[in-house]
Unconditional design. Structure first.
Lengths: 298, 306, 537
């Protein structure tokens, strides 16, 4: 059990400020700030914030180094890529793409997983056995291989990538929710509701789901980062988002052979991913510690 | 206990069978392999001839039946890209390389994660804990292929400490293994830390402390052992993850394992090899899970009666 | 102590044990740098079964399996090799080869005779044969060994490209019948016997193929390096790293990385001839009368649109940016100055007809009825190992077309899909850049423009008629006439968007490699390794 240390205030610090500072310290400021700048603002306000169109480039301006290097200009602060497109704009738009892809995948995968997990845990029996076998199969499908084969079949697109990510994600939610459902369904208030004549669906929606939401939120936050990484790996292998989408993973893949000559093409998107995922993980950790310590083992 | 084993074994078999169905279908929808096998000069007669030779002119269910009946005997057919080799033969040829890399990566990640994870738990809220958190987070945030290329450039080209690619003695393995294992360090460390925290708190440990056992003994002998049960499950998952994570690492470092094999096979639409690799990987994963579950049931009798 | 726990320590030990147990015995001790030449290639289909391997992957046979005819590294001409003399019959249906005497096979499998030629060809008749020219070899009705040193190929139809097929640019590798009789296919797979100045020394699956020099090559070829190794390295940056760290002495590098290698003191070795051409092909050009695949609403069935699409492309800029300035212009797809039917007029007229002129392009589009933004098209792109420029060219094209008011959408597929589409004539929607390796222009027309050929790009009645006349013509002036007629036709009609010819460029360490001349037209592109000489002291 953690013991709270009471910090002694310097004699000049007014008590109210000190109290406020104490409150503030309880929130994960650094990750939230990072996230806001790296992910939220770019994603929401990309067209206002980005200096150029991420898809338009001019071949004569290709592979310009970042502004502080020899040969770079302030016109293109982070340099340009193989086709003369501005790196900064692409990274800003990339935030939107990465975020959208992961959120959609997690949302859909999460819903499917939650529903199936609840059904599985609540009803038990053969339904449970069947669904858990499906979970096993889903978890044992090598994601990357599946992605390669699927993309070879239907071509890279937003839909394909999201489908692949979803297939990868739903099982974890299903497992988690099933576990929680199993624990909750034995509780008294559930039995009382049954006696009162509540239908199964009502019970699941009104009683079980709200108790499961906390864990779901934590898991989701922890997963956004991983999903972004997964998308970049898929792009590296050519099974990711289609060109010329300004997705971070795709940008790294494009720049990988230039890593010595034009390091900025891969470096900045890589940094963007790293910082984003880092802050998401920090946020997720904090959420977990404060909302649902049971999930420490997730 | 027998019943539990039998039940789990049957379920595993079923899972593997469904895997073959899924893989077979997916491989087939990925397109016509003849378009990759045959040169631009090949006209319709060549297509017909080669199609017949490989049995591709048969209806899909016939192909699946032939495939399945051979697969149960371990025969996954001949490769279409690596002429003259059998699909299973190729997998067997390349699997040791991947296992070796995965094993080494796991070892490295454990060697790093173990002490840090334990220390982080013991010195909770301290500098160690923060350091551990940062290392863990960094591990989970870097794209592995990018890390691999950067490591190669720094250590193999600029410093010249290691070779850039290929397989040979132990020096060829270091960079790829670090790349591969990096991500796992974080997972193992977290797990270890949280399960250690649980144990450190428990009555059992309080008892050992009251008994007056030396602190280090308490931590290393008693807590660690008890803390190991949860990571056991993860071991299985990590092992599976390492094997598929090997795909990217093997590409960057030209490590001749199954990861590289399968990427090439998919590109060449060599279904035979793709099927063989995916089923072998899935099989290993499912088998490991089975073994872990049985071990679990042995250690914790409550599980048997679920 | 009750064995209640499975701790991590045994897990650790297990992992370490697994590692040690599966470590392979250390490979061949690395010979001194100058004794073992290492070439880092982008990869090839590993197999000794040459009848199943496509021409570019014949790189792996070039050092040790020879062909009947040679390709001269400087002039590109077909010269004697295992065959001393060769000539066709008057109707070009029979080709006779007089073979050289006194050529031993490796590993003691006896002397080279006509029976080995018959045997080597018979491999192409196997049901699984998928070599590039397998279709051609299967047109042979009979191969007869007239005596020990004379062999005759009889074809169903007359053919004028036999010398191409039988040369180092083709894929008829001569292997030993004696070995096949004695060891069967397993022996052949393990250790194929050839006649080259290098001998097969073994493979490491997924890694490399090695060769060792023989003494007393029948032609007196004495390669400077005792051992030769081709490594398979998929990642370009890894190949560069190997070259810079000295693990490899020659590397196949994409243009972007060539610059960097040059900066660090490496040198480029270019083939004597261009080996690949890049053209942007247009779908839907099925002008044979009554062809149901033809759709009149495909915008570029209108010649003005095709010309506009050509004039919108800034070839100079494209060449300098995407291809680092390394290439020469193609005037008619598939034609080199040494090809039959080459017309020097094209060079003079090219700028006026195809040159970069966005204003004129816009005008042409308007004339064709397409105002700005009204013309939409899809560009298909794909990458192959070693050819990563497809998507870049597609994206550049998108930018150029936007400038003249054409809306584009890029779709990245894999090569096989695109091929299926143009094979089945379902590609009317799209245009696509493609890099194709050199073949004689007659073969090029048959493969891509002949309506009864395997692929369907730009085809019409005139091409069909003229091609047939060309294929059956014997006299050189007649052949030139037909070839020129087709080529001029393609030029006038803007059949596609020709871009560039590329030579094969590999990068080598000048401390290890001094001189190397190779034609590039040989199967495998990087050939004639026996001509690699160390730098003069």
């Amino acid at each position: 059990m953690a013991t709270e240390t009471i910090r002694t205030l310097p004699w000049y610090a007014p008590p109210r400020v000190a109290q406020a500072m104490g409150q503030v310290r309880r929130y994960p400021l650094v990750p939230l700030a990072l996230l806001t700048f790296l992910l939220v603002i770019p994603a929401l306000f990309a067209s206002q914030v980005a200096p150029y169109d991420p898809l338009q480039g001019s071949l004569s301006k290709r592979l310009k180094p970042p502004a502080w290097q020899q040969g770079g200009t302030l016109e293109y602060p982070l340099g340009t890529d193989k086709l003369g497109r501005d790196m900064l704009s692409r990274i800003i738009y990339g935030a939107r793409v990465s975020l959208m892809v992961s959120l959609v995948a997690i949302f859909v995968g999460g819903i499917i997983g939650t529903v199936l997990g609840m059904i599985s845990g609540y009803f038990g029996g053969w339904v449970d056995a069947l669904l858990m076998r499906l979970v096993d199969i889903s978890l044992s499908l090598p994601t990357i291989l599946l992605a390669l084969v699927l993309v070879a079949a239907v071509g890279p697109s937003f839909g394909t990538v999201i489908t692949i990510l979803m297939i990868f994600l739903w099982a974890r939610y299903a497992r988690l929710v099933r576990g929680e459902t199993l624990a909750i369904k034995e509780r008294d208030f559930i039995a009382r509701a049954r006696v009162a004549g509540a239908s199964h669906i009502r019970i699941m929606a009104r009683y079980i789901f709200p108790n499961v939401v906390n864990s779901l939120v934590v898991l989701a936050t922890l997963q956004v980062g991983y999903v972004i990484l997964l998308e970049s790996t898929l792009s590296f292998l050519g099974a990711g988002l289609p060109r010329p989408t300004p997705a971070w993973g795709l940008m790294i893949a494009d720049g990988r052979e230039l890593i010595v000559t034009a390091w900025w093409v891969s470096m900045f998107p890589g940094l963007a991913i790293m910082l984003t995922v880092l802050s998401l993980n920090l946020l997720g950790d904090w959420l977990r510690d404060h909302l649902d310590p049971k999930l420490r083992n997730v | 206990m027998q019943r539990y084993i039998a039940r789990r074994a049957l379920q595993s078999l079923l899972t593997i069978w469904v895997m073959t169905l899924i893989v077979f279908t997916l491989a087939r929808i990925s397109g016509n392999p003849l378009d990759v096998m045959l040169p631009l000069e090949a006209g319709p007669e060549e297509y017909a001839r080669v199609s017949k030779h490989w049995g591709l002119d048969q209806p899909l269910h016939t192909q699946y039946f032939i495939f399945l009946s051979k697969a149960v005997r371990g025969d996954f057919g001949d490769s279409w890209k690596w002429h003259g080799e059998s699909a299973m033969g190729l997998v067997a040829q390349r699997l040791p390389a991947t296992l070796q890399l995965a094993g080494f990566a796991l070892a490295i990640s454990l060697v790093i994660a173990l002490p840090i994870g334990v220390l982080a738990a013991v010195m909770k809220g301290n500098g160690w804990d923060t350091a551990a958190k940062i290392i863990a987070l960094l591990g989970q945030s870097l794209p592995p292929f990018w890390l691999g290329i950067v490591l190669m450039w720094i250590f193999a080209v600029h410093l010249g400490w290691f070779p850039t690619s290929g397989r040979g003695g132990i020096q060829y393995m270091i960079l790829p293994a670090i790349t591969l294992g990096w991500f796992q360090v974080a997972v193992v460390m977290r797990l270890l830390r949280s399960s250690m925290l649980d144990v450190l708190d428990s009555e059992f440990v309080k008892l050992t402390r009251i008994k007056g056992l030396a602190e280090w003994k308490v931590i290393w002998k008693h807590c660690l052992r008890n803390a190991s049960i949860t990571p056991l499950t993860v071991f299985a998952i990590i092992a599976g993850g390492l094997m598929t994570g090997a795909v990217v690492t093997e590409s960057v470092f030209s490590w001749p394992g199954t990861g590289q094999l399968v990427v090439d096979a998919v590109r060449a639409r060599d279904f035979q090899v793709v099927q063989a690799v995916v089923i072998v990987f899935a099989g290993i994963f499912i088998l490991t899970n089975l073994v872990v579950d049985i071990l679990y049931a042995y250690l914790d009798p409550r599980i048997r009666y679920q | 102590m009750k064995p209640r726990f499975v701790s991590l320590v045994p897990g650790l030990l297990m992992a370490l044990a697994l590692t040690l147990v599966t470590t392979p015995t250390p490979g061949l001790a690395q010979a001194t740098k100058t004794d073992r030449l290492v070439f880092a290639s982008a990869g090839f289909s590993e197999s000794n079964r040459y009848w199943m391997v496509s021409r570019p992957d014949h790189l792996q046979y070039d050092p040790f399996l020879e062909t009947l005819l040679e390709v001269d590294p400087k002039s590109g001409e077909y010269t004697p090799r295992l065959a001393e003399k060769w000539y066709p019959s008057s109707d070009y249906k029979e080709w006779t080869f007089i073979l050289r005497k006194g050529i031993p096979f490796h590993f003691g499998f006896g002397q080279f005779t006509a029976r080995d030629v018959v045997h080597s060809h018979s491999m192409m008749m196997r049901p699984e044969a998928t070599a590039t020219l397998a279709g051609f070899w299967r047109q042979v009705e009979e191969v007869k060994a007239v005596n020990d040193h004379q062999v005759v190929f009889r074809f169903k139809q007359p053919t004028t490209v036999m010398d191409y097929g039988a040369s180092r640019a083709g894929d008829l590798r001569i292997v030993s019948k004696a070995q096949w009789d004695k060891e069967g296919i397993d022996g052949f797979d393990k250790r194929p016997a050839g006649t080259g100045s290098y001998r097969y020394a073994g493979r490491q699956a997924g890694l490399s193929i090695s060769f060792e020099r023989i003494d007393n090559h029948w032609r007196g070829e004495k390669p400077a390096f005792r051992q030769l190794e081709f490594r398979l390295v998929r990642e370009e940056s890894t190949r560069l790293a190997m070259l810079l760290s000295g693990e490899a002495h020659i590397a196949d590098l994409p243009r972007e990385l060539q610059k960097d290698a040059l900066k660090r003191g490496m040198k480029i070795y270019s083939s004597s001839f261009p080996v690949d051409w890049m053209t942007i092909y247009l779908g839907g050009m099925y002008f044979m009368p009554g062809d149901s695949a033809f759709k009149a609403d495909v915008p570029w069935t209108n010649k003005k649109v095709r010309q506009a699409m050509n004039m919108a492309v800034n070839r100079k800029e494209l060449l300098n940016t995407v291809f680092a300035g390394k290439g020469t212009y193609t005037y008619v797809t598939g034609w080199l100055p040494q090809s039959e039917g080459w017309n020097p007029e094209w060079q003079r007229r090219f700028d006026g007809m195809y040159g970069y002129n966005p204003a004129k392009a816009k005008e042409l589009l308007k004339e064709a009825g397409y105002g700005p933004g009204q013309l939409k098209m899809k560009i298909l792109a794909f990458t192959e190992p070693g050819e990563s420029e497809g998507p870049q060219v597609a994206e550049a094209l998108g930018i150029y077309y936007k400038d003249v008011g054409i809306e584009t959408e890029i779709e990245v597929l894999d090569w096989a899909k695109v091929r299926e589409m143009f094979r089945k004539k379902t590609i009317g929607c799209c245009i696509w850049p493609n890099i194709i390796s050199w073949r004689p222009s007659e073969e090029s027309i048959r493969t891509f423009n002949y309506s009864k050929g395997p692929n369907h790009h730009y085809e019409n009645e005139f091409i069909d008629k003229t091609y047939l006349a060309w294929a059956q013509a014997i006299k050189p002036e007649e052949r030139q006439r037909h070839a020129r007629a087709i080529a001029d036709h393609l030029f006038e009609e803007f059949a596609d968007i020709p871009l560039f010819w590329f030579a094969n460029e590999v990068v080598a360490n000048p401390k290890v490699v001094g001189d190397w001349v190779y034609p590039g037209l040989g199967a495998g592109r990087s050939t004639h390794f026996h001509l690699v000489k160390p730098p003069a002291k």
